[in-house]
Design a protein. Structure first.
Ligand SMILES: Cc1cc2nc3c(=O)[nH]c(=O)nc-3n(C[C@H](O)[C@H](O)[C@H](O)COP(=O)(O)O)c2cc1C
Length: 205
C-alpha cells in the first residue's frame, strides 16, 4: 500500500504521526540542549512492564567529536555515509533482566521501542527528525563504551533538523494495509470492526 508522507490511510491520524519520517539529509545545525533533554524526558515517561524502565541511552553530540566518532565508527558503512551529517547520534540499549530477581524481561525490547517512539514523537513536536538504525556493530558499541553485561545495544538514532535544501520529503510511504495485520475472530481474518474503506472526508471529533 502506497501512502504519501503526509498521509496515513483512510482516516486522518494525529499530525505528529503524519509528520514523522526518517530523513537522510540532516542540517549541520546543532540540537538545542533543552530540546535534547525534552527527548529523554519523553522517553522517561514511557510505560513499561512492572515499571522496570529497561532502557538506557548513550548520547553523542557533534560538539563532542571523540564520542560522536566512536558511535559513527560502529555504524554500517552505508549508514555512516549519511549519519555523519547528523548533529547527534544516540545508542539505545535494553536491559534484559529484571532488577529485582534477575528473571528474563521478555518485554524489554517492547518497552525500549516504546520509549524510543516517545522520544521520536517529542522530537517531531519540536521540529526535529529521528532516523533509527539497526545497521551497526553491537560489539563495537559494547567495547567502546564499556557497556555492562545484561545491556544490549539495539539501535542507533540519528537526530537533527532536516535539510530541505538537499532533498524534499516527497517520497512515498510503503505500508501494509490494515487488513493484513489487524485480525478479528480468527487469525488472518481482517477485522470488520476496524477496517474502513477510503473516505473522502472524515472527522474524528
Ligand atoms: C529498528 C529500526 C532499524 C532501522 N535500520 C535502518 C538502517 O540501518 N539504515 C537506514 O537507513 N534506515 C533504517 N531504518 C529506517 C527504516 O528503514 C524506516 O523507518 C522505514 O523505511 C520507514 O520509513 P519512515 O521512517 O520514513 O516512515 C530503521 C528503522 C528502525 C525502526
Amino acid at each position: 500500500m502506497i501512502l504519501r508522507k503526509n498521509e496515513t490511510g483512510s482516516i486522518p491520524v494525529h499530525e505528529l504521526i503524519q509528520r514523522r519520517w526518517s530523513p537522510r539529509d540532516f542540517s549541520p545545525l546543532g540540537v538545542e540542549r533543552e530540546k535534547l533533554s525534552a527527548l529523554f524526558q519523553a522517553a522517561q515517561s514511557t510505560p513499561s512492564s512492572f515499571n522496570e524502565q529497561p532502557w538506557a541511552y548513550i548520547v553523542a553530540a557533534k560538539e563532542n567529536p571523540t564520542d560522536f566518532e566512536r558511535i559513527l565508527n560502529a555504524l554500517a558503512p552505508r549508514n555512516q555515509e549519511w549519519a555523519q551529517h547528523a548533529p547527534v547520534l544516540i545508542v539505545s540499549l535494553a536491559k534484559q533482566n529484571f532488577e529485582v530477581d534477575g528473571r528474563t524481561n521478555h518485554h524489554a525490547l517492547y518497552d525500549l521501542g516504546a520509549a524510543s517512539a516517545h522520544l521520536t514523537f517529542q522530537a517531531t513536536a519540536l521540529g526535529l527528525h529521528v532516523h533509527q538504525m539497526g545497521g551497526f556493530s553491537r560489539e563495537k558499541i559494547k567495547e567502546e563504551f564499556s557497556v555492562p553485561q545484561g545491556f544490549e545495544p539495539i539501535a542507533v538514532l540519528a537526530v537533527g533538523y532536516f535539510d530541505e535544501t538537499k532533498s524534499q520529503p516527497t517520497a512515498i510511504r510503503k505500508r501494509k494495509p490494515l487488513k493484513d495485520f489487524v485480525f478479528e475472530s480468527h487469525w488472518g481474518v481482517s477485522s470488520p470492526s476496524v477496517i474502513i474503506e477510503k473516505q473522502k472526508k472524515f472527522n474524528l471529533n
